[in-house]
Design a protein around this ligand. Structure first.
Ligand SMILES: Nc1ncnc2c1ncn2[C@@H]1O[C@H](COP(=O)(O)OP(=O)(O)OP(=O)(O)O)[C@@H](O)[C@H]1O
Ligand SMILES: [Mg+2]
Length: 258
């Protein structure tokens, strides 16, 4: 594994799932073996690829189901999915009762790390133990921020939490960048969000994702974004690859440090 990227922000509806699915799909289409891990009981990323699935992460962690029985292939060559089901909702309570709970996702992924170049996590809009365990399994975090003042405020809080978790040694992931989503250049909020982020100390991707009517149909149509939204995700994927540098001298991770 070269990088495990968590697409995260505790604010809801900012484009996390859209970004996770389009990033993971594009990485696979570029020839990188990729695993998309759906860590949200809403299972929206899973819906993109499967009508129904029998088992999810909860079965691997709580019921000892081998991870290979849970991972499914998708309609994109080179992209596999570790799906979510509604069962992930009560999983939060179960996970809270386990010891070393923030290491649990790391531990179950260990056997498949050598098989993938990239792991992409689609996280839920909350800061739960499941979210924390996924962040702990990540090497990088990407935070979608929709072009609104509310989302901007939430991002500041989220980025602060990441710094704290890192200082406490709970996570090791770097914030690779914030990506501004649902952008309409004519609106004042888009300009404000862009300016405030640019002036902040946090890394921000140059690529912005435009707001377009109709993208909500991609999930039922089972396709990645095309048109201007797709072009933006193409550029974002290249920016992410350049920032991570998968061809660089960095070592492939076949086991998480314990
Ligand atoms: N670029 C875009 N333009 C217009 N609509 C978008 C865009 N990206 C996402 N959406 C729509 O906005 C809604 C929220 O997007 P998405 O599900 O990706 O956000 P999320 O952060 O994953 O939400 P949640 O926090 O509930 O998991 C969806 O209906 C989606 O289709
Ligand atoms: Mg989502």
């Amino acid at each position: 594994m070269k990088a495990a990227i968590a697409v995260a922000n505790h604010k809801g509806g900012v484009g996390k799932t859209m970004t996770a699915v389009n990033l993971a799909g594009r990485l696979a289409q570029l020839g990188h073996r990729t695993l998309l891990v759906d860590v949200d009981a809403q299972a929206h990323a899973t819906l993109w690829f499967a009508d129904s699935v029998d088992a999810d992460l909860q079965d691997v962690i709580m019921n000892g189901v081998p991870i290979d029985q849970v991972i499914v292939k998708t309609w994109i060559d080179g992209l596999d999915l570790l799906p979510a089901t509604l069962a992930l909702a009560p999983f939060e309570l179960q996970l809270n009762q386990l010891t070393r709970r923030e290491d649990r996702i790391k531990r179950v992924l260990q056997p498949v790390l050598a098989r993938y170049e990239f792991i992409v996590f689609d996280l839920a809009p909350s800061l739960s133990m499941v979210t924390l365990a996924a962040l702990a399994a990540a090497t990088h975090v990407i935070a979608p921020v929709s072009a609104t003042k509310l989302a901007l405020g939430a991002f500041g809080t989220f980025a602060g939490w990441l710094d704290e978790f890192k200082a406490e040694g709970v996570i090791t992931a770097d914030l690779l960048g914030a990506v501004v989503t649902m952008v309409d250049p004519r609106t004042r909020s888009t300009r404000e969000v862009t300016e405030v982020l640019a002036a902040s100390s946090y890394p921000v991707f140059e690529t912005q994702i435009p707001r377009r009517i109709g993208v909500e149909d991609y999930v039922t149509e089972r396709r990645l974004a095309s048109d201007v939204v797709g072009e933006a995700y193409d550029r974002l994927t290249q920016e992410i690859l350049a920032a991570i540098d998968p061809e660089g001298p960095g070592q492939e991770v076949v086991a998480y440090a314990s």
